[in-house]
Design a protein around this ligand. Structure first.
Ligand code: NAG
Ligand code: NAG
Ligand code: NAG
Ligand code: NAG
Ligand code: NAG
Ligand code: NAG
Length: 753
């Protein structure tokens, strides 16, 4: 039939068909309603979440049925099994393929739709090292002592034995063979180097010896390089430990003090410039992508880690040379090495030969992803990640206590799925590779999928070290404070009480994110609200042998967490946070918390503004710096007010939703759409803080509120633009950042008014 014919026929049949017309209109309406019901309805149907529903939005400390089911599933604790597996073979970045496959197999076994993705990364593996102390004698120079650069093999600790141990080396350190006099530079912080310079200690062409602590190790090497040094040694000073052999404590494996032969591997990449593959800053490293010179992101000078036992004879030779520790820095310059009085050196009679041979190449690393698809696809997803790679064969704390906890969460969710449950939002799990070198797997992922993540990802939950001690540490975007706080009530602390009791006994609030783990790209580059959690060592926990062979399954199962109770508590906590984020109809956040934090950060910085800056003109309209400060303060106050009203509305909508069951479907649909638009706004809250051009001198960092500390690496500082301008005494930059932040808060005020 041709079209005209069809038309005339239907027109001719008009009268006769009027009944049919009404019927088809009715059918149409029913179909439309049906489609609405199906597309949005899964969130409305009482069956969508299996036999459970999230239940009432929450009496504090009372778990919903689905939360209870998850907690009971984890009353069976298999974390120890996973810990043993993950620590059984070496798994340096790009290695341990056996564990990649095993992880993917486990993800699949527990019901996740699973994928392995490779990236091609410029990185180093160690070839050879050497360190000799040389003495100048009458007949020339002779070797006074050679360091082994090895940790003692312990008969009772299997992963400290074998011919497959990872040598002492630094990720991204430069190859080199240097012979030079050496100096002690304390922690090697910016302040330490400034002090040495002001005291006229000559650092040019010297090897710097620094103790670990205070800041990220790569920045110690950076500052040494900038001071003209030609090599670096890093060691852990026993004086920085609570338990010390010098105080009569026995060392591991007999007691809680540091094993004197232990040494800390680790990356010396310049973390606060940008993480990720240093040859592909800002874009993913796959295939034959164009690569940049990594200079400026990794050191030019060689470095090695060394134990305190082996560095002591070297440092002792500095006594009496240069400035004494008490003269240059007082107590701040004093550690606990026997026989060393913390002189700066150099000694004219002794030098070091430091040999570091690293093999650099483009090498594959492997992330594993696994999804549980949610019932409400346009509510986006949450991402939960842990890295798998370790510096050593073991890695029972770092990172595989987190790997074990992650797998436990997945196992718990599988139990829920077996009852027919589906989360409301999709959950994606990630096992990252290459975190240790430069947050490689997560950063490349974030750089590759940034658009999708920014459109759809509500939050990133990170667990790296789940257990190295007994004190819960939480650093997070304030966007997550509410859900983190509420979840603390539902999990028992292994030593009694709830996690909430434990956490707030010692602290008043959650910490802020800096860098040093996989949340960095999400929070600080893409603007996705993130959290990092784990039980860390408190002052009186046994020494945690970070990045040493003694971070082993044996240490974990006999000293740090016998019974894997802390692993279990962390897995429970992580799972509950995920459930609250995915299950609740209204995204559970309090915008006012973010507002209050911003105000606090800002006030702290304003208190530091030099009085003489205040009356300086700042551009147009005869306004002064003080005026700009005031106007940003006003915007922040406005935001806090708006946010408070907004929060009341979200709470009201959630209660309406909770009590809407049994109401006419169209009421629920109207409510559903109201909540959707509110959720939409919330999902993008964190993105509002991104500044396209990034921070001064390090454009990869785009978040105006949180960033890795420029001179610390690990430790974060809020409102970094303003903070750095104050540190540098740079009024122009200070005003610039006031205005950038003011524009951001204004936009927020438009959103939340
Ligand atoms: C976990 O480890 C325990 C103790 O070694 C063992 O009895 C059990 O079979 C293991 N379970 C699984 C699921 O691997
Ligand atoms: C997981 O979900 C994301 C986002 O929806 C999707 O892009 C990805 O392909 C999924 N991966 C798997 C393994 O299903
Ligand atoms: C230095 O030379 C003297 C005299 O030739 C010799 O007795 C001594 O053993 C030498 N010392 C070293 C360390 O070679
Ligand atoms: C390092 O250089 C020195 C000369 O400065 C040389 O004697 C030594 O053999 C070199 N070491 C290696 C391992 O190449
Ligand atoms: C590093 O080791 C490789 C492989 O053994 C060797 O070919 C190369 O010469 C070494 N480089 C240096 C600077 O010693
Ligand atoms: C956590 O919740 C408690 C109430 O249980 C509240 O008093 C406290 O202020 C909250 N703390 C944070 C940091 O949100």
């Amino acid at each position: 039939m041709r079209d005209e014919e069809k038309l005339s026929k239907s027109l001719g049949a008009e009268k006769q068909g009027s009944n049919r017309l009404i019927r088809s209109i009715c059918q149409g309406i029913i179909a439309i309603v049906g489609i609405c019901w199906i597309t949005i309805g899964l969130g409305i149907s009482p069956f969508s979440h299996g036999i459970f529903d999230y239940g009432s939005s929450g009496e504090l400390g009372v778990a919903s049925p689905i939360e209870n089911a998850f907690l009971s599933a984890l009353d069976v604790n298999l974390a120890g099994n996973w810990s043993e597996k993950y620590t059984s073979v070496p798994h340096l970045a790009g290695q341990g393929i056996e564990l990649v496959d095993w992880t993917a197999k486990k993800f699949e076994e527990y019901g996740l739709s699973t994928e392995i993705e490779g990236f091609d990364i410029y990185l180093n593996y160690p070839v050879e090292n050497g360190l000799a102390l040389l003495k100048k004698g009458r007949n020339g120079t002779s070797v006074a002592y050679k360091a082994s650069l090895r940790e003692d093999a312990l008969p009772e600790d299997p992963t400290t034995n074998g011919d497959d141990l990872v040598p002492a080396f630094h990720g991204y350190s430069a190859s080199g063979n240097v012979t030079a006099n050496y100096v002690f530079v304390n922690y090697g912080t910016k302040e330490d180097f400034e002090l040495l310079k002001s005291q006229k200690v000559n650092l040019k062409d010297k090897i710097a010896i620094a103790r670990y602590g205070k800041i990220f190790r790569g920045l110690k090497v950076k500052f040494a390089q900038e001071a003209g040094c030609v090599g670096v040694l890093l060691y852990s000073d026993p004086g920085d430990d609570y338990y010390q052999e010098a105080k009569g404590d026995k060392a591991y494996p007999e007691g809680p003090a540091r094993n004197p032969s232990s040494l800390q591997r680790g990356s010396v990449q310049f973390l606060s410039e940008a993480p990720g593959d240093p040859t592909t800053p800002g874009y993913p490293s796959q295939g034959d992508v164009e690569r940049a010179d990594p200079k400026g992101l990794i050191p030019d000078i060689p470095s090695l880690p060394i134990s305190h036992k082996e560095v002591a004879p070297i440092l002792q030779k500095l006594n009496g040379h240069g400035l004494s520790g008490s003269k240059i820095g007082g107590d701040k310059w004093k550690g606990g090495l026997k026989g060393f009085d913390y002189w700066t050196g150099p000694s004219p009679d002794y030098s070091l030969n430091l040999y570091n041979n690293q093999s650099y190449d483009i090498r594959p690393i492997h992330n594993v992803y696994g999804n549980i698809t949610g019932s409400d696809s346009d509510e986006g997803y949450i991402l939960i990640g842990n890295h798998r790679d370790a510096w050593i064969k073991g890695g029972a704390s770092d990172p595989n206590s987190g790997s074990a906890a992650l797998l436990e969460v997945i196992r718990g969710f599988h139990q829920l799925q077996l009852t027919g449950w589906k989360p409301r939002k999709t959950i994606i799990f990630a096992s990252w590779d290459g975190e240790e070198y430069a947050l490689l797997g997560s950063t490349e992922f974030g750089e590759k999928y940034g658009k999708d993540l920014q459109a759809n990802c509500l939050a990133y939950l990170n667990v790296d070290v789940a257990t190295s001690g007994k004190t819960l540490g939480i650093q997070a975007s304030p966007f997550l404070n509410k859900v983190l706080n509420d979840s603390l009530h539902l999990v028992d602390y292994p030593l009694g009480g709830s996690l909430h009791d434990h956490f707030f006994e010692s602290k008043e609030k959650f910490g802020i994110l800096g860098s040093g783990s996989d949340y960095t790209v999400f929070q600080e580059h893409l603007g996705i609200a993130s959290v990092d959690l784990g039980f860390k060592g408190g002052p009186e926990d046994p020494v945690y042998h970070y990045h040493s062979n003694y971070d082993s399954y044996h240490w974990m199962s006999t000293v740090a967490d016998p019974g894997f109770k802390f692993h279990n508590a962390l897995a429970k906590y992580l799972g509950i946070i995920a459930l609250k984020l995915t299950e609740r109809k209204v995204i559970p956040t309090e915008v006012a918390t973010y507002g209050a934090e911003l105000k606090l950060y800002f006030q702290r910085l304003v208190d530091r503004v030099p009085a003489e800056w205040l009356d300086v003109p700042s551009g147009k309209c005869h306004r002064t710096v003080s005026d700009v400060i005031t106007s940003l303060g006003d915007e922040l106050n406005g935001f806090l007010e708006n946010a408070g009203v907004f929060d009341l509305r979200s709470e009201a909508l959630q209660s309406k939703w909770d009590s809407s069951e049994g109401q006419p479907f169209w009421r629920r649909i109207v409510l559903h759409y109201k909540i959707k638009s509110l959720n939409y706004k919330l999902r993008y809250l964190e993105r509002r803080f991104l500044y396209r051009k990034g921070l001064d001198g390090r454009p990869w960092f785009k978040h105006v509120v949180y960033a890795a500390g420029r001179d610390t690496g690990y430790e974060g500082f809020a409102l970094p633009g303003l903070k750095e301008a104050l540190d540098d005494g740079d009024i122009v930059s200070f005003v610039k950042w006031l205005k950038i932040i003011r524009a951001k808060v204004r936009k927020l005020n438009d959103d939340y008014a």
